[in-house]
Design a protein around this ligand. Structure first.
Ligand code: THU
Length: 174
């Protein structure tokens, strides 16, 4: 005799999983390709004499324009600011503000003495915890989540449909 409890007797447990996609940037369409081009262009404006790790973050806004930021370090290390928060702050300062439709992050390290640029690990880099919290605040402000693309200097690109997935159990209400 089957002793398995019926579905109606089972506790109603909701299970949540993170889904993200991995592919070449071209696989994610024209917007992603355009954002990567812009990121490659602006990437050298990163000021990273202490870590040697250069990051560019590009925002595609709802009105179709693009805004870019790079990490800016400081001899007093905690003063430094990541590329993601640079571009989010720049967006907030635009007249009339702006809403994020998508973000792309490009990260890599400069190899001396050749001066070649490459991704530190050969893989994309995910935003730090502080930037994830800043992304959550942006999502809350604009009442709309957005996709985020994470790219290295070569190879694969990671795509999360909802940037908020980067920070489950986020703190946003008190
Ligand atoms: N960094 C970013 O700008 N964004 C990230 O997502 C990860 C880390 C910067 C901070 C610092 O200037 C350097 O990369 C090394 O941590």
């Amino acid at each position: 005799m089957d002793k398995t409890p019926s579905n109606t007797q089972m506790p109603r447990i909701a299970e949540h999983r993170l889904t993200y996609q991995v592919g070449a940037v071209e696989d994610f369409g024209d917007h992603a390709v355009a954002m990567l081009q812009r990121a490659r262009h602006v990437w050298t404006s990163a000021y990273a004499p202490y870590s040697g790790f250069h990051v560019a973050a590009v925002v595609l806004t709802r009105d179709g324009s693009m805004l870019a930021g790079t990490n800016q370090e400081n001899a007093s290390y905690p003063v430094g600011i990541c590329a993601e928060r640079v571009v989010l702050s720049a967006l907030s300062c635009q007249e009339g503000g702006g809403e994020v439709a998508a973000m792309l992050v490009l990260a890599g390290r400069k190899l001396e003495p050749q001066g070649e640029w490459m991704s530190g690990s050969g893989k994309p880099v995910a935003p730090c915890g502080m930037c994830r919290q800043a992304l959550i605040e942006q999502i809350k402000r604009q009442k709309c989540d957005f996709p985020i693309y994470l790219a290295g200097m070569q190879g694969e690109c990671w795509h999360l449909e909802s940037a908020s997935d980067l920070l489950p159990f986020a703190f946003f209400e008190f």
